[in-house]
Design a protein. Structure first.
Lengths: 326, 304
């Protein structure tokens, strides 16, 4: 049954994939000016550029890129190439875009993992505690943390953290990255600030959800029954209420991956942390359009895959839903 | 005994008066009884006033360099200090409200203008058109919206219209879905059947009867959308993808402050506080509206 649900859910990702591909493809169409002149290094409005460019080189390049074909033909060709893993060649580095992206993946992966971990470790105990002691100081603190997370943009929190921990106290480096296999302690030091800033955002989102959901669970009959049976309170909370709350928590966490990738764009850039998001921004500044297209596509695909598995985990944890309906 | 027409007229007037009163009453009720609504409303009103007249009220010219007073810490002459060119930070923050609100207002209106009819069409027409519109919105939702805005602005270049579109794009689905859900719910109500029985066209039923009922959930969503749009504009400016000087924006000021963290930390503090206060105003208003309209709309609260 779960298998058939997973197939049905897979089928549902097709339209999404279509929208993503159309969007990423059309990015290149909204660039003002001539794409060939762009690739030759001339900025959009520079109309005089045309007279400096060799006519033959220009036509050759237009032909090679197939820019004179109708747009649907260009789109089909682009999809066919992309499906084979060919994301094109970087204009600045002259190497395959896919290779550049794959090289940046581990750094982003570590950051996302660390941020999620921090988010979960902060939000789950605090969420439970706040729900159990409703309207106590813990609850108010949790509420304050949630509001703080919503109201303060991540990059400003990062600025304040750098100001305090790097500039003022000098405890942590404000920029850079060291691979973990090279020097683990240095790796952790570089990871700490960006991971905490992103983790705080995750924690706030999760906390808001978990507290409300946990309050709901505590009012349910099964909790009363468990208490009436004389089970110790912590078993009631952890084994019964928390287990049920986790179903929803997984979904929120899955959705957070999309937020994380969006939010990390700014955080990776601020900390000069060499993940995919930083690559994306660097390529935007350098007007390296194939790399921009490639990394946007890659991030969207990651979100798609994560959302897919989140739904499967959700269906698995909560057998009441959906997959019978398939 | 009153004639039938009279009764109908008086009933009509009664209902008009009731709705008018309840709308005015709603606003007053909310402002008087909910502290969050009152604070949120004051912050937002102040921001709009400053966006329109602020430039005439500030103590210094926000763009005029004055090298004599570079990097002045906050004090009596310059409440929030001065920057690397000796410009007054307080004046610059007041001037920056304009960009924030112009971009956010445009983005919210644009998202509403596209999402609202799309949702109404989807819900009312049903069938393949509904399926198509919903699949497209699914596609947009699956996309990381901030990434979307960055990519759009990066490729099309920063201008006010491109920022409007880039920021609005990601919030179109939420309006479309809210309106679609409401229309689906209202479509089956008796008053719709009554309208149809009286020979009103589908169009008239949709516009005159169904859509006014969608206003409540949409109005809860608007302040939240504002908060999101303000954050998005500041983030884009911070990344150097927003409007360029001489336009003053908070994100841009914060971005610049990174170079002077050691000598002038106040450059990083005050624009961020301004940003957080404005966002807080919208979030508080949104929370108050949501609670006022009952638990049905609690799920609407999600900031991207």
């Amino acid at each position: 049954m779960l298998f058939s649900y997973s197939l049905k859910r897979l089928y549902q990702t097709v339209p999404t994939l279509l929208v993503i591909s159309l969007f990423v493809f059309s990015l290149i169409l909204v660039v003002p000016g001539d794409p060939v002149l762009h690739m030759l290094g001339y900025v959009g409005e520079d109309l005089q550029a045309q007279q400096f460019v060799d006519k033959q080189v220009y036509t050759q390049m237009r032909e090679r890129l197939g820019l004179d074909d109708p747009i649907p033909v260009q789109y089909a060709r682009w999809v066919a190439r992309t499906a084979q893993g060919d994301l094109g060649i970087s204009l600045n580095h002259r190497v395959s875009v896919l290779d550049i992206i794959v090289e940046r993946l581990p750094a982003t992966f570590y950051l996302a993992l660390a941020a999620m971990l921090i988010g979960v470790v902060v939000a789950i105990p605090l969420g439970i505690w706040a729900a159990v002691r409703q309207d106590s100081w813990v609850d108010h603190f949790a509420h304050g943390l949630v509001l703080f997370g919503i109201v303060t943009p991540g990059f400003w929190v990062a600025l304040m953290a750098v100001l305090l921990f790097s500039v003022h106290l000098g405890w942590l480096p404000s920029i850079g990255y060291t691979p973990p296999q090279q020097d683990f302690l240095k790796f952790l030091k570089h990871l700490t600030l960006p991971a905490f800033v992103l983790g705080l955002d995750i924690a706030a989102g999760l906390l808001r959800y978990l507290r409300a959901d946990f309050l709901e669970q505590l009012r349910q009959d099964y909790v009363r029954a468990a208490r009436a049976k004389g089970l110790p309170e912590w078993i009631v909370l952890v084994k019964h209420a928390l287990k049920n709350s986790l179903v929803a928590t997984v979904t929120v966490l899955g959705l957070d991956v999309s937020r994380l990738l969006g939010g990390s764009t700014i955080i990776e850039t601020m900390f000069a942390y060499p993940g995919i998001s930083y690559l994306l921004l660097q390529s935007i500044y350098a007007r390296d359009f194939p790399v921009v297209q490639g990394s946007v596509l890659f991030m969207a695909l990651i979100v798609l895959v994560v959302n897919y598995f989140t739904d499967l985990v959700y269906a698995f944890l909560n057998p009441r839903i959906q997959y019978g309906k398939a | 005994m009153a004639k039938r027409e009279d009764v109908a007229i008086s009933l009509d007037q009664g209902s008009v008066a009731a709705t008018e009163k309840s709308f005015g009453k709603t606003a007053v009720d909310l402002l008087l009884n909910d502290r969050r609504a009152a604070i949120g409303f004051c912050v937002i009103a102040l921001a709009f006033i400053l966006a329109i007249w602020g430039i005439h009220l500030v103590p210094y010219d926000p763009s005029e360099p004055n090298t004599v007073v570079r990097f002045q810490p906050p004090g009596a002459a310059h409440w929030m200090g001065t920057d690397e060119a000796g410009r007054d930070i307080f004046s610059r923050i007041v001037a920056g409200v304009q960009v924030s609100l112009t971009v956010a207002t445009g983005a919210v209106l644009l998202a509403l203008a596209i999402g609202f009819p799309l949702g109404a069409l989807s819900g009312y027409a049903g069938g393949w058109l509904d399926a198509l519109i919903m699949r497209i919105t699914d596609g947009i939702i699956a996309f990381p919206t901030r990434l979307l805005a960055i990519a759009l602005v990066a490729f099309s270049g920063a201008s006010i219209p491109s920022l409007w579109f880039a920021i609005a794009f990601g919030s179109i689905p939420s309006y479309a879905r809210i309106v679609r859900g409401e229309v689906l719910g209202q479509k089956e109500r008796e008053y719709v059947d009554a309208g149809r029985a009286m020979g009103e066209s589908s169009w008239a039923i949709l516009v005159r009867h169904i859509l006014p009922n969608c206003m409540t959930p949409v109005s809860v969503r608007i302040p939240l959308n504002y908060a999101h749009a303000i954050t998005a504009e500041a983030s884009l400016s911070f990344l150097g993808l927003g409007l360029v000087p001489p336009t003053i924006s908070w994100g841009q000021m914060l971005s610049k402050s990174q170079s002077y963290m050691e000598v002038a930390p106040w450059l990083a503090v005050f624009p961020g506080l301004a940003l957080a206060s404005l966002i807080l105003g919208f979030v508080l208003l949104s929370d108050a509206l949501r609670d006022y309209n009952g638990p049905r709309y609690r799920t609407a609260r999600k900031i991207a």
